[in-house]
Design a protein around this ligand. Structure first.
Ligand SMILES: Cc1cc2nc3c(=O)[nH]c(=O)nc-3n(C[C@H](O)[C@H](O)[C@H](O)COP(=O)(O)OP(=O)(O)OC[C@H]3O[C@@H](n4cnc5c(N)ncnc54)[C@H](O)[C@@H]3O)c2cc1C
Length: 333
């Protein structure tokens, strides 16, 4: 069958006896991308809930000792390795050929993909070829009583959370941003993952449009983050918080309020239309805690929130809620 993506695929025949949750494990600078390892944990958790097997597919132009060690310890039942130097630099169509090859061979029920720029290019290409859908940027994944993947994500600008299921098409494909599912899954069981070398006949690379993807900018991996928002009174005051972030050795970021005022760049905005953070400690000052902002801080391990309004939603989710003037806190630094 030839479809609009140009990928020749045989019609997908779901084998009811096979229940596999597969993770697209992505390479990143000689290692496995941390989002992939988070998703491997998620797959193991969902697998244990629904009685599924777990598998990974790793498509990479290089295969380092670190990658070998990380994949062997990722806790999935099996990882299929597609290692070919033509997979580097990243060309979405070539990676999709390998991904489709693996899917055609293993018939996974579910495919989890990290929402990196690369993952965001491959997932829809594979979905179109397989005549299934993609739920992008899920914030929660679960298995329901019928064994279906329940994919939760903000909808209508974040005003409500949609729960999406895919009753018939397979695989059920979901993308997840880095840090969003952290802390929700079980610890690795310490088992050794079987690594299986796989290969696929690749078309000549020059038949594809080469589109190189810049390193992702939506992953803020700083261990300490100070986020400021609408409570800041003037552009000049940002200097106070820059100093505070330097003292605590953290990264200064913000809510959309300050981006809209033109005081902070959009690249530092946290939230549904900004980036996700997953620091060890997040200090939130003068931010109300809208659902759109909250969508970007799910992965934070501990949250300290400073707000003058005792009813601010952010104080309800904070591990350390402080009802006070943020300028009094900034003056301590
Ligand atoms: C489609 C869409 C996407 C969006 N995406 C995002 C997004 O990605 N990220 C995002 O942040 N927003 C996003 N928003 C906007 C979001 O709805 C809120 O408007 C925004 O998060 C509000 O930012 P804030 O809480 O910093 O500001 P405000 O709502 O102005 O809140 C300021 C807070 O500071 C407190 N405060 C004021 N003065 C002080 C003081 N002196 N000391 C202590 N506390 C004080 C107040 O009590 C208040 O709680 C989006 C909106 C839409 C519709």
């Amino acid at each position: 069958m030839e479809n609009i993506t140009g990928f020749a695929v045989t019609p997908y025949v779901k084998d009811a006896s096979e229940k596999i949750i597969m993770v697209l494990l992505q390479p990143r600078m000689g290692k496995v991308h941390p989002i992939s390892l988070e998703l491997a944990d998620t797959a193991r958790f969902l697998g244990s809930e629904g009685g599924f097997k777990t598998a990974g597919v790793f498509i990479s132009g290089e295969f380092t000792a670190t990658m070998h060690a990380q994949l062997s310890a990722c806790g999935l039942d099996e990882v299929f390795l597609y290692h070919d130097e033509r997979f580097s630099p990243f060309i979405p169509e070539l990676h999709t050929v390998a991904l489709l090859d693996c899917i055609q061979a293993t018939h996974p029920d579910t495919l989890l993909v990290g929402a990196t720029p690369e993952g965001r290019s491959i997932a829809p290409l594979a979905a179109v070829a397989l005549e299934t859908g993609v739920t992008a940027d899920c914030t929660e994944l679960a298995i329901d009583a019928n064994g279906l993947l329940v994919q939760t994500r903000p909808a209508f600008g974040g005003d409500l959370m949609a729960r999406i299921v895919t009753p018939t098409a397979r695989p059920q494909i979901a993308t997840v941003r880095y840090g969003v599912l952290r802390n929700k899954m079980k610890e690795a069981a310490g088992k050794t993952t079987r690594l299986t070398r796989s290969s696929v006949l690749l078309p000549a690379a020059h038949t594809y449009r080469k589109e190189l993807v810049a390193p992702s900018t939506d992953e803020k991996e700083a261990p300490y983050v100070l986020a400021i928002g609408g409570g800041v009174r003037s552009r000049e005051d940002i200097e106070l918080f820059t100093r505070m972030s330097e003292v605590i050795g953290g990264r200064l970021m913000c809510s959309r309020s300050l981006v809209e005022r033109g005081w902070m760049p959009q690249s530092l905005q946290i939230g549904i239309s900004g980036c996700c953070v997953a620091p060890r400690l997040l200090i939130v000052m003068g931010i109300s805690g809208s659902v759109q902002f909250m969508a970007g801080i799910q992965g934070a391990r501990k949250v300290c929130a400073v707000n003058a309004d005792p009813h601010a939603p952010i104080l309800r989710i904070a591990d350390v809620p402080l009802v006070c003037d943020l300028y009094n806190v900034a003056a301590l630094f």
